[in-house]
Design a protein around this ligand. Structure first.
Ligand code: ADP
Length: 489
């Protein structure tokens, strides 16, 4: 099967969150499952810098007159000698994409005013490739990820003069980010007016890229089974739950997997001491090194709780702030790596000043530090308000850092709460709490601290977590089954 995968980010070249991890791992995983995958990406500076042997293969013009060139080349893959480079198409449109910093926002963290144009161009590029822009390779199916790629589903459906030939699969990584734009910008999208209606991409008088994906895609997937159910409810549907309920036969939840070439404590090139479920001496050394590097008091008695996260309301960080005193009183330490909303950044920075030696905070984005954190951490905190899948709790599991999570979305699908029954049958992998309240979160902290004081039970839970299988084999099989259903109905 020839699959064109479409996303705004791809690890290791450009990453703001879990989307990039998945977009970077999927081509190799699908390749191993027998697919011929190419990726299509916007020509952000970081992506162009990682594109080798680039050749122009064609161009098209957007409604406002801008000409967009499509380059074909190869992307440097993750550091794994066995892995093939990824065949990529990249949009070369300097006026749209060649801006420094965050791919979606300006230096003041405001979304770029022309984001609708930038990602409409990405959608049309997919449709052009599906209709022969590259004479040497035409996809049989287009798979788009998140709202940036969603317009492709509408472009395929509304390809001028044509019966739609190439089906589209659309994956929701986070329904909260929708790509909403004022109706007056519709003319820039290059779609017929028929698309701007309730049975189309119109959403309460606005343009919704997310809705374009959900409405026009032939199949919809999201990144965990629980999230697939949750987004069909009014609490988590962001107003799109009706459409998702109507399309429930085309919607499936495929749990994200982990790229073992990047996240594996036995081989990780970014950590100083390696370990696995049967050999944990290296983890203790990683913890001491992490405490030293972060300015925390060194010692194994204090359980080290960590957060690696975008600092946004979604991630439940006000619970983490509210629980600091309980944690420290319980003898624990806290280390936070994150960036995002200014108030949260400030609140964590202030807390670090108050509790020097026991609470450390690094504001920013640091991929390699994240590896060192998971390797040295005892508990990975992910108390999210909602969480489509979540990757950090899985990295925590694999690196022997017990996840403490809320029972929501993919967190509920990946962590087994340590209670009397799961401790007895050795299926427990972390601490799970139910309601998004300070009381429930605090109780979960107490349970984690109590478990840490029972070293044998702790070691068993940790070992069970480290032995979980989050490899791509199963997820790739599920994606190919979705493709197959469209290509051989
Ligand atoms: P989301 O996609 O909502 O941000 P996920 O848990 O799915 O959440 O994925 C987050 C990814 O981004 C993980 O790979 C995590 O390690 C990484 N990450 C988040 N914040 C940071 C940061 N400040 N520095 C380094 N890596 C980070």
């Amino acid at each position: 099967m020839r699959i064109l995968q479409l996303s705004a980010e791809i690890f290791p070249l450009l990453k703001t969150g879990g989307l990039a991890d998945i977009a970077g791992a999927l081509p190799a995983a699908l390749g191993a499952a027998g697919c011929d995958v190419r990726v299509l990406l916007p020509g952000f500076p970081a992506i162009l810098a990682g594109l080798h042997d680039a050749m122009p293969i064609g161009r098209f013009t957007m409604p406002w007159g801008e000409s967009v060139q499509v380059l074909a080349g190869r992307l440097s893959a993750v550091p794994d000698a066995a892995r093939q480079p990824i065949h990529a198409y990249v949009l070369h449109a300097p006026g749209l994409f060649e801006r420094p910093g965050n791919p979606y926002e300006d230096a003041q963290r405001r979304p770029y005013a022309d984001n609708h144009r930038r990602f409409a161009a990405l959608g049309w590029a997919a449709a052009h490739l599906a209709h022969g822009l590259d004479a040497n390779w035409t996809p049989q199916l287009v798979h788009g990820h998140d709202w940036h790629a969603a317009l492709a589903m509408a472009c395929l459906k509304h390809w001028p003069g044509g019966v739609k030939r190439v089906p589209g699969v659309y994956t929701v990584h986070n329904l909260a980010y929708q790509g909403l734009f004022e109706a007056r910008l519709f003319g820039d999208l290059g779609l017929p007016t028929a698309a701007f209606q309730v049975d189309g991409l119109e959403f309460h008088g606005q343009i919704s890229f997310m809705k374009a994906g959900l409405f026009y895609a032939d199949k919809i997937t999201t990144v965990s089974p629980t999230y697939a159910r949750e987004i069909q409810t009014s609490e988590q549907g962001f107003g799109l739950d009706g459409l998702l309920r109507a399309r429930h036969n085309d919607l499936s939840g495929i749990l994200n997997a982990v790229d073992a070439a990047v996240w594996n404590p036995a081989l990780d090139v970014h950590i100083a001491h390696h370990f696995d479920a049967g050999h944990l001496a290296g983890k203790a050394r990683c913890k001491a090194a992490l405490q030293q590097e972060s300015g925390l008091e060194i010692g194994k008695d204090a359980p080290l709780f960590t957060v690696v996260s975008r600092l946004t309301d979604q991630k439940g960080l006000h619970l983490v702030l509210a629980g600091i005193d309980d944690l420290l009183r319980g003898g624990a330490q806290l280390l936070v790596l994150g960036s995002g909303e200014r108030e949260l950044e400030q609140a964590f920075a202030d807390a670090a000043q108050r509790h020097e030696g026991r609470l450390a905070v690094r504001i920013g984005y640091d991929e390699l530090f994240a590896h060192r954190i998971f390797s040295g951490s005892d508990v990975t905190l992910v108390p999210s308000r909602f969480e489509p899948c979540g990757l950090t709790q899985i990295y925590g599991l694999l690196y022997g850092s017990l996840p403490l999570v809320r029972a929501v979305g993919g967190l509920a699908d990946t962590v087994v709460d340590a209670d009397l029954a799961t401790l007895a049958d050795q299926t427990a992998t972390g601490i799970v709490f139910a309601s998004f309240t300070e009381a429930d979160y605090r109780h979960a902290l107490r349970r984690a601290l109590a478990l840490y004081r029972q070293p044998r039970a702790w070691a068993r839970v940790r070992q069970t977590g480290m032995r979980q299988d989050f490899s791509w084999t199963q997820a790739a099989r599920r994606y190919t089954a979705v493709y197959q259903a469209l290509l051989d109905p």
